[in-house]
Design a protein around this ligand. Structure first.
Ligand code: FEO
Length: 172
């Protein structure tokens, strides 16, 4: 194994975090779909797929390092939400948790002089900046456009447009 047991555990914990994020975004997408937020549904289905690709990146890295990934059980996500805004707030909170976990892993890699994992994590550090900014900007829209039915419909359209636009890869 080319990484320490501590690093292996942290990366496997991250696999679980990304898997839970994927499943939680899937539940949000499904709620949006049945509630009539078509844009929100497309947006969060895509976000769920994205989290799965994050999880897979770590699974492959662990296996490539001879550390063996553990595929975790996922927690059952919430089945109903208060509003589109509440979903985006929850998403931002979840991304902040992921960012903190990634930063912790970077610190472990630095401490252990694990240059491979440090380089591997750089993509995630940049990705998290994009993820948090994305949800912060969406939340601002509720203050800027409003919270009445027409405003929410505009925000839903915005989500549809963003879901259709290809997302820029973070700089590695
Ligand atoms: Fe994979 Fe959105 O953190």
């Amino acid at each position: 194994m080319k990484i320490s047991p501590k690093m292996k555990k942290a990366l496997n914990d991250q696999v679980a975090l990304e898997a839970n994020a994927s499943s939680s975004y899937l539940a949000m997408a499904s709620w949006c779909e049945v509630t009539g937020y078509e844009g929100g549904a497309s947006y969060f289905y895509a976000q769920s797929d994205e989290e799965r690709t994050h999880m897979l990146k770590i699974v492959h890295y662990l296996n490539d390092m001879g550390a063996t990934a553990t595929i975790p059980a996922t927690k059952a996500p919430a089945t109903s939400y208060k509003s589109l805004e509440a979903i985006i707030k929850t998403a931002l909170k979840s991304e902040q948790t992921v960012t903190a976990a990634i930063h912790k892993m970077v610190e472990i890699a630095q401490k252990e002089k694990d240059h491979s994992t440090y380089a591997f994590l750089e993509w995630f550090v940049n990705e998290q900046v994009q993820e948090e900014t994305k949800f912060e900007t969406l939340l601002q829209k509720f203050d800027l456009i409003g919270r009445d039915k027409l405003a929410i419909n505009e925000i839903d359209k915005l989500l549809a447009a963003q879901a259709a636009a290809p997302e820029a890869e973070p700089a590695a």
